[in-house]
Design a protein around this ligand. Sequence first.
Ligand SMILES: N[C@@H](CCC(=O)N[C@@H](CS)C(=O)NCC(=O)O)C(=O)O
Length: 218
Amino acid sequence: MMSLKLYGYWRSSATYRVRIALNLKGLEYEYVPVHLVKDGGEQHQTAYDSLNPSHLVPTFVDDDEDIILNQSLSIIEFLDERYPDPYSLIPAHAVERARVRSLAQDIACDIQPLANLRVLQSLSQQYDLSSEQTNDWCKHWIEKGFDGIERRLQTQAGRFCFDFDVTMADVCLVPQVYNAKRFGVDMTRYPLISRIYENCQALEAFQQAEPANQPDAQ
Ligand SMILES: N[C@@H](CCC(=O)N[C@@H](CS)C(=O)NCC(=O)O)C(=O)O
């Protein structure tokens, strides 16, 4: 029996980040789908509540070690420290580490939360926004975030966000681009982000983590 489990949803960008990291580390894991929409959302039901009282995916579980973790960035950092091979997703040098973390947070803290399902549900149910308006809302915040990231990448990007190594920043960027496309963001505005996205997509670890390749994909 596999001891590593990932509770997630195919289209969740936070889950997608952890899938990429697990694949890059070459770790086998059981993927446990949590349907975020069906029956009011399985993330709110008792079975999942005991694992993650925040009612968000992903949740990472290691049964052998009795570890239950939420927050994709914390899970990725944990995996990076626990399984340093075949290479680190967070560099050793203090300044580089901080730069990788800040780019990851540009996405995970400043973009994704604004387009989260519960935010969109609140905009439509409490504030009566149409689906076209909530779509525009998501596009607006993704574009604001990408405008800054594209400019920052001009000073540092190589094959990936930081030169020639895949880092936690790329692991966050790719799912956010997937999400941006879903909301109709014009990616030709972001040539560097697009180039890095394509370079990552050439790697098997990224391909296998794609939403369409998950067992719960619809
Ligand atoms: N900061 C969290 C974000 C988690 C999160 O927002 N997950 C979304 C899917 S990407 C979710 O579970 N949404 C369910 C809901 O809004 O009800 C992380 O990085 O893990």
